[in-house]
Structure formats: structure tokens, C-alpha cells
Ligand binder design. Structure first.
Ligand code: BTN
Length: 323
């Protein structure tokens, strides 16, 4: 989609490159060059054209295409293949299909918008065009399915660390995997796995981070409980730079998980969550439980002590902190 033209124009951004030269180097017709330039312009690339000298790249939009991201990525393998789309139903669904078709560990699916962004517990994830980050990462760890929730905890820690590294703010994690700033949700994770009884085939890490969305753009229902990095930092966020930090943190934490196992992940997660001893309401499968959070176990389940002293293991649900 014009990636090779961009590469050529970036070789020496200060000079013009003639249409003839581009057509010769890419082995395409002059008309094809012109069409690709037009297409790049509709995507937000500012390209100066001069009948005598050719084309010159003036400015790139903050798009998360492979050609924008790869030169700055700085990871060893995470994101070495980036599948970029302007619109998808859901990056998770696309990544799941790609993984079934054989896509490898560390391949990433990014979309500039989602029409059916999936949230936890069957909810929708609001995914307006170009404002935020919607991505799914394909992982193929050699672990058993019961360890899969550790991957979710690992990803929550990586997202929180990326937000902290990028902004200097201190995010917390709310069980199971909401990332909060000032007690408002800035990012969410939805992981899906395909497995057999004792072996995972692949994990899809679905991550949504609110970056440049304004308060008034959130729907009424979530306005009071959601936020974005732009709202918190008071400035527009470079999605590219944030993505770079996120993929680096994911590579770091996933490698740590593979090398050192569960304990290091659980500790980092608990440090961020500070859930022990907190009074909570937990809504799980239509029931509301009230009690004190005792801990999170090695499978990522919440251990809750109810008001009558019973200990319950909660595997899915929503937590609200009581003051
Ligand atoms: C949540 O409810 O907190 C989880 C939200 C996860 C949203 C992300 S956006 C990218 C990926 N694709 C999806 O369809 N969902 C996840």
C-alpha cells in the first residue's frame, strides 16, 4: 500500500525524487506511481509534487503501519511482523484467524478502528478511528491451559509499565486486568486461547489503550469511569511512541515469564494491584458478592472472604472497591 514508495522518499527526505526514478526502481508504471501517491495522501501523508523535480515527503500521519513502526521499534522479535488495518471487526478475531493459519509468535495485528471491538464479559470496546490503540499479539507459549491466566497477568503488568514509562504517571491494576489512572480505566485486556487438554496452541493478547480520546467522546455510561493518557497528561499522545514502549515491555515481561516462571509475574502484578485487604463488591455471573480481597492465587483467581467469613474463589467478574 505504497510502503515501498515511502521507503524511497525517506531515503533522503530533503530532496525530490522523480516519478521516473520511482517507477524505474519499483518496476511499476508512472501512472501506478501517481495512484499510489494519491492513495498515500488520502491516508494523511503530506507529499509535495513538482512537475519538474518529482515528489518529496513533507509529513507522515500518526499511523501505526508497519513502515512507520518498524524503524523505531527496537525489539528483538515482538512485532517483527505487523498486520495493519484501517478498520476491522476486532483485532482479536483477525489475529485468531491468522494464528489458525499459522502466524508465528510475536506477530501483531493493529487496526486504526474496530467496528465490533470485544470487551470482557461480552461487552463492546469503544474503538473510534485513529484516536487510541487497538492491538492483538499472537503468542505460542509451551505451557498448559491452566497457566493461561498468568499470561493475562503478565500482559497487564507490561501495559502498566509501558504507561508509566511513557507518562511518568503511576497506573494501578484492578482485578482481573483493568489498568487504571486516578481510579479510571485507561486500558483493558481481553485474551483468548486455543488449546487442547494439556497444551496451548496459541494465545491472543488483545489490548486496548485509550490514548487521545477526549472526555466528551466517551459514551455517557463510561464517562465517569474511563480516562485516556491525553486527558491525564494534558497533551496529545504520539501513538507510535507509545506502541514502541508497549511492545518493548511485552517482550521483556513475556521473556521473564518464560525464563523465570509464575512467581515473578505474580509479584509484579500484586505490587501494582495492592488488592490484599481491600473491601470490595464483586459481580460475578449475575451475583454480587461483598467482602474482603484476601489474595490472587497462582491461577489469577481472586480469593474473597465474604462477610460471613467464607472464603470464595472468583474466576471471572467485575470488582468495585468500597471506601
Ligand atoms: C475489557 O473489557 O477491559 C477488555 C477490552 C479489550 C479491548 C481490546 S482492543 C484490541 C483487542 N481487540 C478486541 O476486539 N478487543 C481487544
Amino acid at each position: 500500500m505504497g510502503d515501498e514508495i515511502l521507503q524511497l522518499l525517506r531515503e533522503d527526505p530533503s530532496t525530490f525524487l522523480s516519478g521516473e526514478e520511482i517507477s524505474r526502481r519499483l518496476k511499476i508504471s508512472r501512472t501506478a506511481v501517481w495512484k499510489k501517491i494519491q492513495r498515500l495522501r488520502t491516508l494523511g501523508y503530506e507529499i509535495e509534487a513538482s512537475t519538474r523535480s518529482g515528489y518529496r515527503l513533507i509529513r507522515s500521519p500518526d499511523l501505526l503501519t508497519s513502515s512507520e513502526i518498524k524503524p523505531i521499534l527496537g525489539t528483538k522479535w515482538m512485532g517483527s511482523i505487523i498486520h495493519h488495518f484501517h478498520v476491522l471487526d476486532s483485532t482479536n478475531s483477525k489475529a485468531y484467524q491468522l494464528a489458525i493459519d499459522g502466524a508465528g509468535e510475536g506477530e501483531v495485528v493493529i487496526s486504526e478502528s474496530q467496528e465490533m471491538g470485544k470487551g470482557r464479559l461480552g461487552r463492546q470496546w469503544f474503538s473510534p478511528l485513529l484516536l487510541n490503540l487497538y492491538l492483538s499479539v499472537i503468542l505460542r507459549p509451551s505451557i498448559s491451559p491452566h497457566q493461561a491466566s498468568l499470561i493475562t497477568l503478565m500482559a497487564a503488568v507490561a501495559v502498566a509499565d509501558a504507561i508509566q514509562e511513557f507518562s511518568g504517571l503511576l497506573p494501578s491494576i484492578k482485578w482481573p486486568n483493568d489498568i487504571l489512572l486516578r481510579d479510571r480505566k485507561v486500558a483493558g485486556l481481553l485474551n483468548e486461547i486455543q488449546s487442547e487438554t494439556d497444551r496451548i496452541h496459541f494465545v491472543i493478547l488483545g489490548i486496548g489503550v485509550n490514548l487521545n480520546i477526549d472526555e466528551k467522546t466517551f459514551s455517557k455510561e463510561i464517562q465517569a469511569t474511563a480516562t485516556s493518557l491525553k486527558i491525564e497528561m494534558g497533551q496529545t499522545i504520539s501513538r507510535k511512541v507509545f506502541l514502541q514502549s508497549l511492545l518493548q515491555q511485552l517482550e521483556k515481561w513475556y521473556s521473564l515469564f518464560l525464563e523465570e516462571g509464575n512467581a515473578v509475574i505474580l509479584k509484579a502484578w500484586k505490587d501494582r494491584a495492592q488488592i490484599k485487604g481491600r473491601r470490595v463488591n464483586v459481580t460475578s455471573f449475575g451475583e454480587t458478592l461483598v467482602g474482603t480481597a484476601i489474595d490472587v492465587d497462582s491461577d489469577g483467581a481472586l480469593i474473597l472472604e465474604t462477610e460471613d467469613g467464607k472464603r470464595i474463589r472468583v474466576v471471572a467478574g467485575d470488582v468495585q472497591y468500597k471506601r
